[in-house]
Design a protein around this ligand. Structure first.
Ligand code: PGA
Length: 250
């Protein structure tokens, strides 16, 4: 049985004092869960969050990294830097980064390799636009993104990659994919992984759903056969909402 992984993506929100307050409130609400709990926070919150989450079951991740270890890349943060302060996870290839910061399948692949080289666990985002879905290309888009993202990784690395299926039209819009649609898309991603890496790998990869997941729809989504967790934006900013999603199975 695959575990459920519930990850928050704070995006460009939360000052350190707000971040610490949120985690302090969240901690007692999620301490009994068997599900994995991750918060991916802005760079400026990482140090504070790592400190306050120490000794709890809340794990801390970043939202991006550069693929080089160091050098003349003004404004960038490397995987090595993240690892050096104790970060465990890193989101790679979020659609907002692909859309606004020119991330490509190629840079996503390089970043994933660099994350593993620095012992970070990547949460890799794939997802189709509304146009692509309406044109009937959704599955082709997401399986191709997945294949290119994972290119050159070992079986072990693929097993340790978390994939987040996030239909772009569902992010921050209040529109959620139906649980059947989300499950079907995730099954296609798993089939592609099976085709390339075999069933032993594909059955073990965690594939989350992301896009307007909230307390009211989390249970239905997370109970689907192939949805192994959620990547949650808006609803991860409040401890009450995020804990309700983490505790969907209580
Ligand atoms: P949302 O964001 O939950 O606010 O739709 C999800 C994401 O972008 O990861």
């Amino acid at each position: 049985m695959r575990r459920k992984v519930i990850a928050g993506n704070w995006k460009m929100n939360m000052l350190p004092n707000e971040a610490m307050e949120m985690i302090t409130t969240l901690e007692p609400l999620v301490k009994e869960t068997k599900n994995e709990v991750i918060l991916c926070v802005p760079f400026t919150d990482l140090f504070y969050c790592l400190n306050i989450a120490q000794g709890t079951n809340i794990k801390i991740g970043a939202q991006n990294m550069h693929f080089e270890e160091k050098g003349a890349y003004t404004g960038e943060i490397s995987g090595k830097m993240l690892k050096s302060i104790g970060v465990e996870y890193v989101i790679i290839g979020h659609s907002e980064r692909r859309q606004y910061f020119n991330e490509t399948d190629e840079t996503v692949n390089k970043k994933i390799k660099s994350a593993f080289a620095n012992e970070l666990k990547p949460i890799v985002c794939v997802g189709e636009t509304l146009e692509q879905r309406e044109a009937g290309n959704a599955f082709e888009v997401i399986t191709s993104q997945t294949q290119k993202a994972l290119d050159g990784l070992s079986d072990e690395q693929v097993i340790n990659t978390i994939i987040a299926y996030e239909p772009i039209w569902a992010i921050g819009t209040g529109k959620t994919a139906t649980s059947d649609d989300a499950n079907e898309a995730i099954k296609k991603i798993r089939e592609k992984i099976c085709e390339i890496y075999g069933q032993n790998v594909s059955e073990r990869v965690i594939i989350q759903y992301g896009g307007s997941m909230k307390p009211s729809n989390a249970k239905e989504l997370l109970e689907m056969s192939d949805i192994d967790g959620g990547l949650i934006g808006g609803a991860s900013l409040k401890a009450e909402d995020f804990s309700a999603i983490v505790n969907y199975d209580k």
